[in-house]
Design a binder for this molecule. Sequence first.
Ligand code: BES
Ligand code: MN
Ligand code: ZN
Length: 478
Amino acid sequence: MTMKIQFDLSRKEQSFAKTYFTFDRTSLGGIPLSDAETAYARKQLKENDLVILNRYNELVFVVFADALKDKGIFPEQCRKRGNEISGILRQEKIREIDIVLPETKPEAGIAVAEGLALGSYQFVKYRSANDKKQWNLEKVNLVGTKISKIDINLLAVMVESVFIARDLVNEPGSHLNAVKLAESFEEMGKSAGFTSDIFHKDKIEKLKMGGLLAVNQGSIDPPTFSVLKWEPADAKNTKPIVLVGKGVVYDTGGLSLKPTKDSMDYMKCDMAGGAVVAAVMYYAAKCQLPLHLIALVPSTDNRPDGNAYAPGDIVYMHSGQTVEVLNTDAEGRLLLADALSFAKDYHPKLVIDIATLTGAAAMAIGHHGIVMMGNAGEEIFSALKLSGENVFERIVEFPLWEEYGESIKSDIADMKNIGEREAGSITAGKFLEKFVDYPWIHLDIAGPAFLNTSDHYRTRGGTASGVRLLIDFLRHLV
Ligand code: BES
Ligand code: MN
Ligand code: ZN
């Protein structure tokens, strides 16, 4: 069961924590504090952006947010304060909090609520007894007139979608194979209202998805290919927007085995792209987003075995092109390429793939951003970058210059699946580019998808990076 936080317009029961705002470090007008508290808060605010007043029966938080900061930074500051508050509620085992929305900048309160909720996420399913299980954030009351029930619902569903994606990423390979992943998508579809069509091995064979089948050869579990659809009557687009997510439930590297230690430890996160696109579908359906959307998730694990595909093999892809496999650890591009080629049949308006594709992306920019490539053009690039700033899942664009294509040329096939060591993220992008004939964006989330230590409200483990980005991007299309 995914954690669920209730958001409400005003408080109904007694809550033991309240949050107020100030945009000025000295004047605390309008905040119901005693003179002594005001003096204390002023002093604290000289050096802190969050003041905690511990009253005998309640905690009072005063958040300072610098309204002069630019568009993306301001809400991010607020989310971070929200996350700090979440840490204190956890310590104090307080499950409900009021956030008093500032009249002049209600968005500050909403951003605090967002950071508070996202930072309260925990994955405790496999812990039999511990203190972490004893606390949950249950309820956030947004007090004030500047927010509607609709806005609150959008926030609640967004948080829920992030939690669903985080849960899926945190689920270990021992408990999540390709079939189970597809079943989870089906359940999400039933609950939210999107349809799901799961292709099993026989259908995948009929469709000649050679890339997905090759990666699956070493697995004891069959592959799946999930097709999730949301097509509301009031859709603004006739040609669908297709989201493609990498669904490698566990990546050992296959016969080109990843070196222990470390490099394999967190490879349960290799289906993060798949989790992200399914979570976005969940949001779209739950919030009745008027957009025609399709999500595709090719899924398998990648393992060595007697029958595993091997370096030197030639694979016939869904598109009919041939690939010389020179490294079985470059598996993601093989199954994504099949999905991208399959997407042509939908005559899409735009295709966005999202994948934990290359360690090189993480090496280049770390976990603070998403690497983007594509052919969709400036307008889409800037819209995505802007969404990236809005939700602070920032995007860096890498080039797809022709010259990078040289390194994936093969003597004996149409292409090979690895290039040279340098610019590894780009050669992966160049590979995918060979399978698209429509406006396309590729997002490499290998850096931000999974964290070993939390980064504010991006909690340890699966972060669901990409969910808030794509939600914001799609919402701006309607
Ligand atoms: N799943 C990995 C990429 C990855 C690395 C994701 C680190 C998250 C964190 C991907 O399948 C992979 O192994 N890529 C190889 C490609 C190489 C063999 C060309 C890589 O990045 O080393
Ligand atoms: Mn790999
Ligand atoms: Zn992988």
